[in-house]
Write a protein that binds this ligand. Structure first.
Ligand code: UD1
Length: 396
């Protein structure tokens, strides 16, 4: 059997690392690692391969940036050639970026079986490009590996045969657990002491591409930085927009310390010793849940509701007053107790590889869709919550 594993953008690298390692442990040699080149900077890509000791990709498609259609089309065209040349039995894609969907589509149309790692997550927000990527990738994948049981339910509600779904746990958490000691040995930026700073990440187009929205967000974050200084490893998209919207000088004069994007180990080291995190990322909601660090998510919804119900995550949207209230509540409260979601135990990649190596014959047949799709009632599983000052719990 021959497998192609695809990685394209920053949040993919920590998901493929343990899968590559699990294949190595099981003695499987017929593996090609393909990097689509969606992310190409040293800071957004190469440093992650070094930190996570991922073997150098066998092939780099070097597609770079572009509009969604351009990027997706470039990956599809280049990846189709790779599939024709190498004829893998399986293509394994992870996450929800443009490269995930593009490679799944190209492979599937050539009759190659596709496995999707991190399947079934749903924000119900079709304005997010990632939600479109998730839905379309799941619809055509032969095997769907999920991180929690809510994802299994989402998939079955969409009519996907449960034989195609395997609840295996979370490969991003495999990587976190494997690297936490190394991450904690990374130095903090000199001016910061453990638990006396907050970390900010912000890059969703819905937050950073509009001048009024980004300005309003930074107004409140600058205010908050007077209470607790903020370290902000800025994504290239956000840094460009801060420059274009003329916000750089105001931020420079504040207690927000803008730094270059960090690679994996320094970022986890910084996050694990922070007092709280502000983010609009998906993966960081999961990492903070495991680390027990309060996470204030500046989005109206999440595809990872388990981080709110079991973890440390609070959804606040992008309303300045909600953000301010959540921060005050967090700073005044003793830390919320987090619980570890089932199977977030460091062994997800091994479970995935064991399923793939068993190569379930049943999946080579066209799947009988036996579950009629149920109507979705329009409610997200987790709504924005009102945060009540000085209380640990939140009410909706
Ligand atoms: C992509 C993913 C998003 C993920 C994010 C993590 C999609 C639809 N989005 O969004 O899910 O959370 O990555 O970072 O796939 N750029 C660089 N250097 C790079 C990569 C990008 O400077 O190495 C610049 C690009 O030129 C572009 C901007 O950053 O201007 C955005 O990059 P792009 O890959 O289009 O989307 P992300 O916002 O990074």
């Amino acid at each position: 059997m021959k497998y192609i594993i695809v990685a394209g953008a920053r949040p993919n690298f920590m998901k493929v690392a343990p899968i590559m390692e699990a294949f190595r442990v099981r003695g499987q040699k017929q593996i090609l690692l393909v990097h689509t080149g969606q992310h190409y900077d040293e800071k957004m890509s190469d440093n992650f391969f070094a930190d996570l000791e991922i073997p150098r990709p066998n092939l780099n498609l070097e597609v770079g940036s572009g509009s969604h259609a351009q990027q997706t089309a470039r990956v599809m065209t280049a990846f189709e050639d790779i599939c024709i040349e190498h004829r893998p039995d399986w293509v394994v894609v992870v996450g929800d970026v443009n490269s995930t969907l593009a490679c799944a589509l190209a492979a599937k149309k050539l009759g190659i079986r596709v496995a999707h790692v991190e399947a079934g997550l749903r924000s119900r927000d079709m304005s997010m490009p990632e939600e479109i990527n998730r839905l379309c990738t799941d619809a055509i994948s032969d095997l769907l590996f999920t991180t929690d049981k809510m994802a299994d339910e989402n998939l079955q509600r969409e009519g996907i045969n449960k034989e195609r779904i395997r609840f295996v746990g979370n490969t991003m958490i495999d990587t976190l657990l494997r690297n936490i000691d190394k991450a904690l040995s990374m130095p903090l930026p000199t001016e910061f002491k453990a638990r006396e700073y907050a970390v900010l990440t912000l890059h969703r187009p819905s937050n950073v591409d509009s001048k009024p929205k980004l300005t309003a967000l930074f107004e409140v974050l600058i205010d908050i930085s007077r209470l607790i200084p903020i370290v902000f490893p800025a994504h290239p998209r956000t840094r460009n927009n801060l420059h274009q919207f003329g916000l750089e000088d105001t931020i420079h004069d504040s207690q927000i310390n803008v730094i270059a994007p960090l690679s994996y180990l320094p970022f986890i080291g910084l996050t694990a010793r922070s007092r709280l995190v502000f983010t609009d990322s998906g993966g960081i909601q999961e990492e903070t849940t495991v680390l027990g660090i309060p996470c204030i998510t500046m989005r109206p919804n999440t595809e990872r509701p388990i981080t709110c119900t079991m973890g440390t995550n609070i959804l606040v949207g992008s309303e300045p007053e909600r953000i301010r209230t959540a921060v005050l509540a967090t700073l005044n409260a003793s830390p919320r107790k987090n619980m570890l979601p089932e199977k977030w135990d460091g062994n997800a990649a091994m479970r995935i590889v064991d399923v793939l190596l068993a190569d379930p014959a049943v999946l080579s047949e066209p799947t009988q869709e036996n579950t009629p799709p149920q109507k979705w009632n329009g409610d997200t599983d987790v709504q924005i919550v009102e945060v009540v000052l000085n209380e640990h719990s939140v009410s909706s």
